[in-house]
Ligand binder design. Structure first.
Ligand SMILES: [Zn+2]
Length: 270
């Protein structure tokens, strides 16, 4: 597998209030992608493992995270871990990484390979974010944590009790920050579903709040979502942020002007 770099140019016109000043922000997002990405599957096939019957994961109310120094914040690079019908993602910078989702059980080898391909090892993984409780997203959490013993893991309050791990997870809520990644509560697909945003680099990891389809974006899969009204409201919410790149649990990423695509989708959802 060959990694390649794709430069995207991020253009944000920001109206500076009264002054009416427009500021042009240019950004570069290095993107490594797997050329064997041909799973091409557009629609979500998330296995709806509601209440998968697990109990572990004591909850904590402690919050976390690195301090956001917004203007100084450096953007992340990302690496997709294409696991077939589902993907996990590594967001990394300066030798430190956050893993977003862990795939189904048995995915730790593929995640390790992806880390190797970006010259990182498990010791670089300080954070594991589980977007939601479904088994295709949390299935390898325990294996990942056993290989990255220093990593903390995070999930939304509505899902954390259904996520299996030997160590306590950290409950995160809307607006909190993990390693300079902004948590956006996106309930609906599951009650505690969260997405994460790299505000500096313009990268959204949407879990199953959105799906990639035909080069664009579609909403949560009604077959596996608990509350579609809430899921649609979460899409409206995601439309209010600015990002070029959107990464999904299922389907191909959108690499350019993703927030515009999400806003178009949101406008159809009433
Ligand atoms: Zn799901």
């Amino acid at each position: 597998m060959t990694a390649y770099a794709l430069k995207t140019r991020r253009m944000v016109l920001r109206d500076m209030g009264k002054a009416g000043l427009a500021v042009l922000v240019l950004g570069t997002t290095a993107c490594a992608s797997d050329p064997t990405d041909a799973d091409g599957d557009t629609s979500s096939t998330s296995s709806g493992g509601d209440g998968a019957g697990t109990s572990a994961a004591p909850r904590t109310t402690s919050t976390t995270a690195s301090s956001p120094t917004e203007s100084e914040t450096q953007r992340f690079d990302y690496r997709r871990v294409n696991l077939g019908f589902v993907s996990a993602y590594i967001l990394y910078r300066e030798g430190e990484a956050a893993l977003i989702d862990t795939g189904v059980s048995g995915s730790d080898g593929s995640i390790e390979l992806a880390l190797t391909e970006i010259d990182l090892g498990w010791d670089a993984v300080g954070h594991v974010v589980v977007t939601h409780k479904h088994p295709d997203h949390q299935g390898s959490l325990e294996a990942v944590l056993s290989k990255a013993p220093d990593a903390q893991w995070y999930a939304g309050a509505g899902d954390v009790a259904a996520i299996t791990a030997d160590v306590e997870g950290i409950v995160v809520d809307d607006g909190e920050s993990i390693f300079d990644l902004q948590v956006i509560a996106t309930p609906g697909h599951t009650p505690g579903h969260i997405s994460v945003l790299d505000p500096a680099g313009g990268i959204l990891v949407a879990g199953d709040a959105l799906n990639g389809a035909d080069g664009g974006v579609i909403g949560a899969n009604p077959d596996f979502s608990q509350d579609m009204q809430l899921a649609n409201a979460s899409i409206q919410k995601l439309a209010g942020f600015d990002y070029d790149v959107a990464l999904f649990g299922h389907g191909e990423p959108v690499l350019v002007e993703a927030s515009t695509a999400v806003a178009e989708l949101a406008s159809t959802l009433g």
